[in-house]
Each structure stands twice: as C-alpha cells, then as structure tokens.
Design a protein around this ligand. Structure first.
Ligand code: EPZ
Length: 452
C-alpha cells in the first residue's frame, strides 16, 4: 500500500502555462562529482540540482572521506578529495540504494586507494541493464574483479595501464567508466564506438579542466593520454535537456505554453526537429526555449530512439503521451532499452490506443529484433484520456503519467511520486507554478493539503 504522502491527486484538463527553469543535467552532475575524486585539489561544481541522485553521490563521496559542502551560490558544491579513504562495505551498500552511479567510482578509487567495492546496482527498471562492458574495460586496464555475495571487489595490483577498447554498443556509462579510469592510467587509451552524448562531452570538459589530455574524434573515437596527477575544476554543468524535453511534451499534451529557462538548442536539435514534425511550436532565445501547442490537430509520426545524435530514449516516454493526442497512427521503435514501453499499459487504461510489438517497426533492425521484447508501439489517436489510478514504474514513465493525468478529463491518483524526485527538481512546485490543479491527498478526516 503506497504511503499516502507518496500519492498525488491530479485534476486534469488545465493547459500548463508559464515559466520553469532547468538546472544542471541529472546525467552529468553526479558523474562530475565522482570525477572530483580523481583530483589532488578541491573542485567547484555549479548548477547542481536538488535531486535524489545528487544526494546519493554526495553521501557516497562523504563515506570515502571527501568533504562536500554547499558553496556561496545556490546550486554550488565544493568537493575536497584530499583525504580520500576506504569506506565500509555495508555503508556503501546501504547508501547506494537506487542508483547506478556507484559503478563509476571504480576507476577513481582504484587510482586513489588501489581497491574498490561495488554493491548490487539500482536504476530504472527499463531493461536488463547489465554492466558487463564496465567490468570488461576495467579488466583491460589491469584491474582484478572478484564477485562475492555482497558485491564486486576490485583490486589494482599495480598502476592501471592505457589500452585499446572497442565497445560492443555506444554505452554512456561504459564510456564514462573508460574516461574516469584512463585519465590517470599509464600511457594512451583508445576507445572506439564510444558514446558521444552532450553529457559525455561535458564530462570531458570537466576532466580537461583538471589537467587531463582527451581528444574526441567525429567517428566515436576517444583518445586519452594518461597523466600522473590531476588538479581540481570549476565547472557549470550543462542544463538538463531531458527535463527540458519533458516539459516541452507536457506543453503539447496539455495544449499549453511553457518557457523553459536554461534549455539549449545545441543539445536538443533532434528533439526540436521531432517536436516540429508532430506539430509543436517553439521559439529559442539566449536564455531558454518556449514550447507551445499552436492549436489544431497534431501529426502522427514514426519515431525511433537511438544513441546521440539520434532521438534520446529518455525523451520517448513523455512524448508518447502527446502522440496519443495526434491524428493517425504513430510508430515508436525503442532501440536503446528492451523494456521501456511497459508504461503504455496504464495509458491504455486511461483510454489510449497503444499496441505493442516484438518486431522492429518503422526503422532499422535493432539488437532487440526477433527476440522476445515488446520494444515497438503503434499509437493511434487522437483519443480522450480519462483520469485513473496510476502507479509510477520508473523516472520518465512517472513524469509521463503526470502529463497524462494533466491532459486527461477527471481526477487521477498518481502513486509513488517520490521516485520523480530522482531526476526532476522541485517538480511539484513547478507544476503548481504552471497552473496545474494538483493536491496531496489528506489523511482521513483532515482537509486536502495544498502542494508546498
Ligand atoms: C545512461 O544510462 C543514463 N543514465 C540513462 O538515463 C540513459 O537512458 C542512457 O545513459 C542512454 O542514454 C545516467 O546517466 C545515470 P548505457 P546507462 O550504458 O549509462 C546496454 C534516465 O532516465 N549495456 O548507455 O546505464 C544497456 O543494457 C536514465 O535519465 C550493456 O549491455 O546507459 C542498454 O541497453 C535512464 N552492457 C544500452 O547498453 C553494459 O555494460 C545503453 O546503456 C552497459 C550497457
């Protein structure tokens, strides 16, 4: 039974209108915090959002002797790694909880302490999410890995050595693993078939500020020349293009108009093209991007997710809600995660018409084709959505349910909203600022509580 404080009542039918601000990217900030571990001097990170993933990494760093303090400016963190020490395995396990970030502590801890421990990892249930690439690359650098009941124990018997690595798939996490390990390894590392997401480029900027030597070629090849030591950095994180796109989809699905302060065209070009093809309108200025529904019918489209510069998989779920309002048959082919369309079942309960398929529909064959994964969808619209009881499955699925409930007629009860705190800063206050009719249900016998 969900804790009542974790349920939100959403009265649908009100277009979202107004302005919100996005801060540093959820998929960069925690990695930049981990990078500070590699330095012999303190680092300052700016634009840090108040989200759960940041709190988890802050705690893990403090367990390893790093002091993490809030700086003068709002959203500023000062990280001092000069007294790194081993942490208690049980504490790491207890703290890692729902995050996948602990795996990225490997390289820095092996360099600083000669050993590292990785507990069982969390993260959104959107696919198998194996970490085999991570351990393959760490072994290539010379680390030894022992699997025990409570987790993986890693050792660096001697200084880790640069090597040649080709990733089987341009995985973001494994590319970050190589970057955070190769910068202090002996010699040159050549990584091919690397991920080149904007968050990867920003992490490379962080490491270069610390003294690293890293080149990024256009053919997904990254070359890192190891150095003997690194300093600290001062860096402002790139804004969260995933959160920005979520609010853009919310504007479309609720027939609203939202100015997203901080959104940047450069990291969202593919999303903007798709948004325009669906019939959404946007306007770009130096401070942000305005997204609105221009009125009239929306267009059905064929959408295929892919690694950057393709359509980002984390943009898919919020946009699918808007596609339920488009005229005709939209085709969605999810090629990054094998189980990221399960959330559509609840949309069908609300009156959506979404059929799932195992075939690779509307695009090129992917890793999941001919296997038992429902990773393609046909969305037929427009359909009127009705309020319903919704249980949040994962971060982006959760935000999509909020959008669907806001676009629906009637009232929805959305259970498990705290999960959204993992990646969306102050989302309740932002929703209310945009005119959303929402409330936290009251305890039996007391009046409904307004959203704080
Ligand atoms: C990062 O996850 C992001 N998370 C994800 O965002 C994002 O969806 C993903 O990159 C892709 O862009 C963070 O940065 C914290 P991957 P990551 O390694 O690094 C397979 C969100 O909602 N793979 O690029 O875990 C894997 O199964 C989250 O913000 C292996 O097979 O993603 C998947 O199919 C969700 N073996 C594909 O690669 C491995 O060892 C992409 O994974 C590693 C990955």
């Amino acid at each position: 039974m969900t804790d009542i404080a974790d349920v939100l009542l959403v009265h649908g039918g009100t277009p979202l209108e107004g302005e919100i601000r996005v801060r540093g990217a959820k998929n960069l900030v925690p990695k930049a915090m981990v990078a500070a571990l590699l330095g012999s001097e303190p680092s300052r990170l700016l634009g840090v959002p108040e989200i759960r993933d940041v709190r988890v990494v802050r705690g893990l760093l403090q367990l390893h002797g790093v002091t993490v303090e809030s700086g003068e400016a709002p959203g500023e963190l000062v990280l001092d790694p000069r007294r790194v020490e081993s942490a208690n395995v049980a504490d790491i396990d207890a703290h890692a909880g729902s995050s996948r970030i602990p795996i990225l502590f490997c390289g820095p801890l092996l360099h600083r302490l000669g050993h590292a421990f990785i507990p069982g990892l969390g993260g959104c249930d959107i696919g198998g999410r194996p970490i085999d690439f991570h351990f393959d690359v760490l072994r290539k650098f010379g680390a030894t890995i022992e699997k025990r009941a409570d987790g993986q124990y890693l050792e660096a018997p001697q200084r880790l050595r640069g090597c040649r690595i080709r990733l089987p798939y341009p995985s973001v996490g494994s590319t970050e693993q190589v970057l955070l390990t190769a910068v202090l390894a002996e010699g040159v590392t050549e990584l091919t078939n690397a991920a080149v997401e904007p968050e990867i480029e920003d992490l490379i900027c962080v490491l270069q500020k610390m003294g690293a030597i890293i080149s990024l070629d256009t053919d997904r090849t990254i070359r890192i020349t190891g150095v003997d030591s690194l300093g600290g950095y001062v860096h402002r994180a790139i804004p969260d293009r995933l959160e920005a796109a979520s609010w853009a989809s919310a504007a479309l699905a609720t027939e609203g108009d939202i100015y997203v302060r901080g959104a940047q065209q450069r990291s969202m070009m593919t999303f903007l093209n798709t948004y325009r093809r669906v019939g959404g309108a946007f306007e770009i200025d130096d401070e942000g991007i305005r997204f609105w529904h221009p009125g009239g019918p929306l267009n059905a489209i064929a959408l295929e997710t892919d690694v950057h510069p393709g359509f980002q998989t984390d943009w898919q779920q919020p946009l699918v809600v808007a596609l339920t309002q488009a005229s005709g048959l939209s085709i969605v082919h999810e090629t990054v995660y094998e189980s990221r369309l399960g959330f559509t079942e609840a949309l069908n309960q609300m009156g959506g018409h979404i059929q799932l398929y195992r075939e690779c529909l509307g695009g090129s064959a992917c890793r999941f084709g001919q296997r038992n994964f429902l990773h393609s969808a046909v969305v037929s619209g427009p359909t009127k959505l009705q309020g319903a009881d919704l249980v949040i499955p994962d971060l982006r699925g959760g935000f999509s349910y909020l959008i669907a409930a806001l676009a629906a007629q009637g009232t929805s009860r959305v259970h498990g909203i705290s999960l959204i705190n993992r990646g969306y800063e102050n989302f309740l206050a932002k929703l209310q600022g945009l005119g959303a009719d929402i409330e936290l249900p009251s305890l039996p016998g007391s009046p409904p509580a307004a959203v704080a």
